[in-house]
Ligand binder design. Structure first.
Ligand code: MG
Length: 169
């Protein structure tokens, strides 16, 4: 594994763990409001991000590289509203998409075909991530951000369960 690629993939491991950390902070904020469904949704999101980090981790070792853990930034812990949480989620996922895309560009530039192929799953995954955050923003705006509408949405989100990508494939 070339050093430039190794560094970039290690940075992506850090970004995925930061995502997990951010979503756990959001889960805690929602937990605090007794929105257990929304909090459940975020905890599943946290698990997904950790699974993404582990996919990159395993990839580094499969390619004979070395994983190096770096410091994780403190995420935002307080929010103005449930809507803000999901607007920040969408904003964050767009940044993740940009970083996956630049990793893909590096793979092309360095002619690392294995990394290129590996990243295709993540490119598809980012389409899903942005769509599901956008869907929740739309539903929050539709159903209302308080009262029965919010309560109903919260109930719906209780159903989300973590499915490992190994099981998906
Ligand atoms: Mg991710």
């Amino acid at each position: 594994m070339n050093k430039k690629i190794e560094q970039a993939v290690n940075n992506q491991i850090n970004a995925e763990i930061y995502s997990a950390y951010l979503y756990l902070a959001m889960a805690a904020y929602l937990e605090d409001l007794s929105l257990t469904g929304f909090s459940n949704w975020m905890k599943v999101q946290y698990q997904e991000e950790m699974a993404h980090a582990m996919k990159f981790y395993d990839f580094v070792y499969e390619r004979g590289g070395k994983v190096k853990m770096q410091a994780i930034d403190e995420p935002q812990n307080d929010y103005k509203s449930v809507l803000e949480v999901f607007e920040k989620t969408l904003e964050h996922e767009k940044q993740v998409t940009a970083s996956i895309n630049s990793l893909y560009e590096l793979a092309v530039k360095e002619k690392d075909y294995a990394l290129e192929s590996f990243l295709k799953w993540f490119i598809d995954e980012q389409v899903e991530e942005e769509a599901s955050a956008q869907e929740l923003i739309d539903k929050l705006k539709l159903a209302g951000q308080e009262g029965p509408g919010l309560f109903m949405l919260d109930k719906d989100l209780n159903a989300r369960q973590f499915v490992s990508s190994q099981a998906e494939e």
